[in-house]
Design a protein around this ligand. Structure first.
Ligand code: FAD
Length: 464
């Protein structure tokens, strides 16, 4: 008997529950990826991410071929393409790894209905997150909205065993049209990582071979300290569950702290699953009336990394060049957008989604609402107004990050690097960096904007 394995963001062979099950229950497994125009060109489209995806698909195809099979590509709406392919190969079931975004849920419901109409079984499986996120719940069955209690329950919940990658697979049905990848999107100047499972496994091996042990102390260091595995987790080139199990094997405080971050990823997935409306509006009703400014020039300066605040500009330029940004920088640029420029967090979320290789609705939305203080996070808004100068001094004390991404500031003396506008004329000449000419003067005054942000948030809170 034959089944389809509909692959989406589970582009791996190791620790793949749906693949494991497909092989156990069927003689022939036909792996298929559907290039869905709604995703490639819709609201969440991103050329750099599409290019990364195509790289992952090429690599997956190679691995499948090495094992005697191959990847089938189709282009169009999954609810049309999958029933057609199932009929062509005589498949009795379609297996996949389930997902949580509102789009994915709608799409999967449409596919299920279309398959069932033709007597084909639709079989969703776990495998995108370290736990089955629909199952991590309070004793009374309600979903969590606060991370720490979620984390405690998450840790205690029995999780599935890691499963091996298959050594060999049955060949694809003879004569089947395999389809082709279209031309890829925009290439980044210096992508942060190579696409595909083999590159992902090598990066994980290197990370777990030592650096992870220093994670607890170094994760906030802007010029390094984190795994940069998020694009692989986003596309499922790595299984979060396998990452967790292997990290736990280190039994170091660093590895434990890192596993906790994997739980954050699960947490935001469960928040979106429970509150799909978050993709459009603030989780906290009182902040739905927040007054956002409308300033295209300020938004542009932020996007280009020309705000005059070195740490903000470094983060935005790292994103544009590599498709990735350090988490600390994401928080700093997010705070700056929403609380110094007073621009709508949704504009930031959209810009991130258009560039991040790891961009995905659950994490992007959860974190943007966190930094905008509109989300599930119980901390009051004034705790999340970041001072860019202090952040830079704390998390990039030697200036390595800023100097790398903002080369105009390469020769600025260390004691001026967080506030280059305070350089004397002589210092500017010496550093070959004229403020307002080689590098922008700050577009706002942080102390003033902080006060305005406090007023805006206070007003919105009081209006309820
Ligand atoms: P590590 O520090 O090595 O952490 C390991 C893994 O844990 C990450 O790969 C990631 O999967 C998960 N993780 C770590 N921190 C978080 C977090 N705060 N929330 C959720 N998961 C986390 N992450 C995304 O994967 N996609 C996004 O679209 C995204 N958008 C963000 C937007 C903003 C405004 C902010 C502040 C954060 C966002 N993050 C997002 C979370 C975080 O910045 C990235 O996951 C992290 O920087 C990835 O780098 P890393 O792999 O080196 O992480």
């Amino acid at each position: 008997s034959t089944c389809l394995l509909w692959m989406r963001r589970d582009l791996r062979l190791h620790d793949h529950p749906a693949l494991h099950r497909a092989r156990a229950e069927f003689d022939v497994v036909v792996p298929v990826f559907v290039l869905d125009d709604a995703l490639l060109h819709g609201r969440y489209a991103s050329s750099p991410r599409a290019r990364f995806l195509f790289g992952c698909l090429r690599s997956l195809d190679e691995q499948l071929r090495e094992r005697g099979s191959g990847l089938v590509l189709r282009r169009g709406a999954p609810e049309h393409e999958l029933p057609k392919l199932a009929e062509d190969v005589g498949a009795r079931a379609v297996l996949w790894t389930s997902d949580v975004s509102p789009y994915a849920l709608r799409r999967d419901a449409a596919v299920t209905a279309a398959l069932n109409e033709r007597g084909v079984r639709a079989v969703p499986n776990t495998g995108t997150y370290a736990r089955d996120v629909s199952k991590v719940r309070k004793a009374d069955g309600d979903a969590f909205t606060v991370f720490t209690p979620y984390w405690k329950t998450w840790e205690r919940l029995a999780a599935r065993e890691v499963v091996e990658a298959p050594r060999a697979l049955a060949p694809l049905p003879a004569g089947l049209d395999r389809g082709e990848l279209p031309g890829a999107g925009v290439q980044l100047p210096a992508p942060v990582c190579e696409p595909g499972e083999p590159a992902a496994r090598e990066a994980l091996r290197r990370w777990l071979d030592g650096p992870v042990d220093r994670y607890a102390d170094r994760h906030d260091t802007l010029a390094g300290g984190t795994s940069i595995l998020s694009p692989y987790l986003r596309w499922g080139c790595l299984s979060a569950r396998e990452c967790e199990v292997r990290a736990r094997g280190r039994a170091t405080p660093g590895a434990d702290a890192w596993v906790r971050q994997l739980a954050w990823r699960d947490f935001y997935a469960s928040v979106l699953l429970e509150h799909p409306e978050n993709v459009r509006r603030e989780f906290q009703p009182k902040f739905r009336s927040l007054a956002w400014h409308d300033d295209a020039d300020a938004l542009d300066a932020w996007k280009r990394g020309e705000t005059g605040f070195p740490i903000v500009d470094a983060g935005m330029r790292q994103l544009a060049a590599t498709g990735w940004m350090h988490n600390r920088a994401r928080m700093v640029v997010g705070s700056f957008l929403t609380k110094d420029l007073h621009l709508d967090w949704r504009a930031g979320e959209r810009h991130f989604a258009s560039l991040l290789l790891d961009g995905e609705p659950a994490q992007n939305n959860g974190n943007w609402q966190w930094i905008a203080s509109t989300g599930v996070d119980p901390a009051p808004y004034f705790r999340r107004i970041f001072n860019p100068m202090i952040q830079q001094q704390k998390f990039d004390p030697d200036g390595a990050y800023v100097r790398r991404w903002v080369p105009e500031l390469a020769a600025v003396p260390a004691n001026r690097l967080a506030e280059p506008w305070t350089m004397t004329e002589a210092e500017q000449r010496e550093a070959r960096c004229a403020i307002g000419l080689d590098y922008p003067a700050p577009i706002v005054d942080h102390a003033d904007e902080r006060k305005r942000a406090m007023d805006r948030y206070r007003e919105a809170s009081a209006s309820v």
